[in-house]
Design a protein around this ligand. Sequence first.
Ligand SMILES: NC(=O)c1ccc[n+]([C@@H]2O[C@H](COP(=O)([O-])OP(=O)(O)OC[C@H]3O[C@@H](n4cnc5c(N)ncnc54)[C@H](OP(=O)(O)O)[C@@H]3O)[C@@H](O)[C@H]2O)c1
Length: 300
Amino acid sequence: MKKNLLITGFSGFVAGSVIVHAVKDWQVHALDRIDAPNDQGEIKVYSLDLRDAKHLKALFKQIQPDVVIHTAAIADIDFCENNQELAEEVNVGGTSNLARLCNENGTRMIFCSTDTVFDGKKGFYSEEDQPNPINFYAETKVRAEQIVRKLVENSVVTRLSLVVGLPVLGIGNSFLARTIEQIKAGKSVKFPENEIRTPIDVITLGRAQVELAGSDFRGTIHLSGSDRLTRYDMARKIAKKLGFSPEMIIATNSNSMPGRAPRPNDASLNNSKAQRLLKTQMHTLIEGLELTLNFKREQQ
Ligand SMILES: NC(=O)c1ccc[n+]([C@@H]2O[C@H](COP(=O)([O-])OP(=O)(O)OC[C@H]3O[C@@H](n4cnc5c(N)ncnc54)[C@H](OP(=O)(O)O)[C@@H]3O)[C@@H](O)[C@H]2O)c1
């Protein structure tokens, strides 16, 4: 019989890839915040707001997960900055509700954190470097990381770089999908040239999360691609690869964009631990993009 895997954030960008890579070996149970659709094939889908500790507890008892992969969050950095109470409740409170249940039930927990826990002054961060968040979203993620480590002995904190790709199941937070739409509509798109990242494709990320669910690894691990480049260079490379004119990508400086919460300049992650410990290979930007495009073609 397959073991039970509970994934939060069913309609999210990252969860879609985790789910499609998990269904072969796991009985997947997925939580959606609102209006969950009916079960999708073998995937059991439930509606629940993670802030609702009472119902979460009842659901946990019903599902009895062996492993939880916690992707759900309010992941929009500017929204978090302007809605701090809600961001705290979901990103910290929701994680804490789950972590407590994992603790009580001896459940393994994989948590999705972010490269932006770092201040971006040094760059190429390893798992040993100390977080120093510079926006509220990242603050909530640091607090959530601490709760997971403290409450759940059998846990993994995965720090994700910027995730590139097209939505696999749901809609979610795919900047690539939004960019393609804008370019197709003849609009140029601005990308910061002061923000350095190590983007990871959503397919590799899904595979890595599922591998971690089934492994014995405990601790913190950085999941990122092997190319270290500015978001502007990244977008131009992607545009070229997709057959669009790179001239549609306009360089900007994120610090001069009014109303935008601060971002770390260089939040690039060192992925050598993941390269060493995981069977899942980390990829360059273009290799990762090809993986996501091929995956999409095979789905059609
Ligand atoms: N995408 C990236 O580039 C990136 C980079 C670094 C780290 N991360 C982290 O990776 C994780 C996944 O990101 P993503 O891009 O997949 O985000 P996403 O597409 O925005 O998905 C987030 C999911 O969380 C759900 N959610 C929000 N509030 C909730 C609540 N109160 N109760 C239950 N579910 C709730 C959302 O449901 P609704 O749609 O109904 O609101 C959505 O399904 C997040 O933890 C994010 O912080 C992402």
